[in-house]
Design a protein around this ligand. Structure first.
Ligand SMILES: NC(=O)c1ccc[n+]([C@@H]2O[C@H](COP(=O)([O-])OP(=O)(O)OC[C@H]3O[C@@H](n4cnc5c(N)ncnc54)[C@H](O)[C@@H]3O)[C@@H](O)[C@H]2O)c1
Ligand SMILES: [Zn+2]
Length: 362
């Protein structure tokens, strides 16, 4: 299988996904060497930053600084952003420089936003080290930060010049994080169908056990599927909304749980709830298909009981809801069948309440 995907954005870029990836060659094929800053987090940096720095230096780059932020979502904040961007200024990263973001989605989103705004924009290379970052956040060009008022409320679109994922980096990723990344893979497979869905069924258990071949196949499928959607809708006008499958209820659950619930687990429950709604709205019964996939991915089928009404309120506040929606109605991405998503399906409050209730509790 071809180990890379070309994302046909306005400026196309390669997403390379390989075990023992030769970073020196991969980077040299995409950019001429210059001054670089490597951004990473406190978990990933000690494990993988030295080898990356050496590869960049071998490729002729000057690594002006390695900036390490604390691991975890709180680093997607204005205060950490300020610290990073001022460090870039002190390190003297020029306008022609490149920011390399080595880490999970947090480092990718933060680094991307830094790159989009430092000196009105420098080049960005995504080096995703979590499965979620490899299959989802490093592709598509959305970058940004959280505010105390809500997640991802500050942001920009910046397409990277290259995404290079070394599958060996996943050796150190905690297995819980593997399952969380697989939630997005399951989502993409259900939305896409076809060969992706067949490979998903075949390879999911092996991917969970970090089998490199299974992971590579599923990551490439996911990247190809996401790339197909985002290149048709680079700045999120409409089609891109299908990527929200399982996320409307998922976001509601996360918010109602005070963000004390991993995103992948919330999305897993959100997809099950969406499968229920899909069936009610005269789609095929895909409940068992969902349950089997989520089990193989090591994901729970239910989330701890939270207040259903808080979930519904939080769903109403989801920024992706359209301003024109009538009160008392939600808009969902549902599945008519595997590979046949339908967006903007109206769902009443009572129907939504039942679907949420069905995935709560022990
Ligand atoms: N931009 C987008 O389109 C997009 C899409 C989906 C999600 N996101 C964002 O991505 C973020 C979540 O990403 P995430 O799940 O990667 O979170 P994360 O970056 O916090 O990584 C999860 C954990 O795994 C650790 N880690 C990562 N790679 C590792 C490795 N190889 N070895 C050991 N530990 C490793 C991290 O230090 C962290 O503790 C959220 O902020 C979300 O909003 C963005
Ligand atoms: Zn998600």
């Amino acid at each position: 299988m071809k180990a890379s995907v070309t994302v046909e954005a306005t400026t196309p870029y390669e997403v390379r996904v390989e075990p023992a990836l030769d970073l020196e060659t991969a980077v040299s094929a995409a950019l001429s060497p210059g001054t670089a800053v490597l951004l990473t987090d406190s978990n990933v940096g000690p494990l993988h930053a030295p080898a990356v720095t050496h590869a960049l230096e071998r490729a002729g780059w000057t690594v002006a600084d390695v900036v390490t932020v604390p691991a975890g979502e709180p680093s997607k904040s204005l205060s950490v952003y300020e610290g990073v961007i001022r460090t870039l200024a002190r390190a003297g990263l020029p306008r022609s420089g490149t920011l390399f973001a080595l880490g999970g989605g947090v480092v990718g989103d933060l680094g991307g936003f830094v790159a989009s705004s430092y000196m009105r924009g420098v080049a960005l290379v995504q080096l995703p080290t979590s499965l979620l970052a490899m299959v989802d956040s490093s592709v598509g060009g959305k970058v940004g930060l959280d505010l105390p008022e809500g997640k991802n409320l500050v942001g920009a679109f910046l397409q990277p010049r290259l995404v290079a994922a070394n599958l060996d980096w996943l050796d150190t990723l905690p297995s819980r994080e593997v399952s969380h990344g697989l939630a997005e893979v399951v989502k993409m497979g259900l939305l896409t169908g076809g060969e992706f869905f067949e490979d998903l069924r075949r390879n999911l258990a092996a991917a969970r056990a970090k089998d490199a071949q299974a992971l590579q196949a599923l990551i490439l499928h996911s990247v190809r599927a996401k790339a197909a959607v985002v290149t048709q809708d680079e700045r999120e006008g409409g089609l891109r909304a299908i990527l929200n499958y399982g996320h409307t209820i998922g976001h509601g659950l996360e918010a109602a749980a005070g963000y004390d619930l991993p995103h992948g687990e919330a999305v897993a429950a959100g997809m099950l709830a969406a499968a229920r709604l899909s069936h009610e709205k005269s789609g095929t019964d895909l409940l068992e298909v969902h349950e089997d996939l989520l089990r193989a991915a090591g994901l729970p089928r239910r989330v701890p009981a939270v207040d259903v009404e808080s979930v519904l309120v939080a769903m109403g506040r989801d920024k992706k809801r359209r301003g024109s929606d009538r009160a008392g109605e939600y808009r969902f991405v549902l599945l008519r069948d595997v590979g046949y998503p339908e967006r903007d399906v109206p769902v009443g409050v009572d129907e939504a309440r039942r679907a949420v209730g069905a995935v709560l509790g022990p």
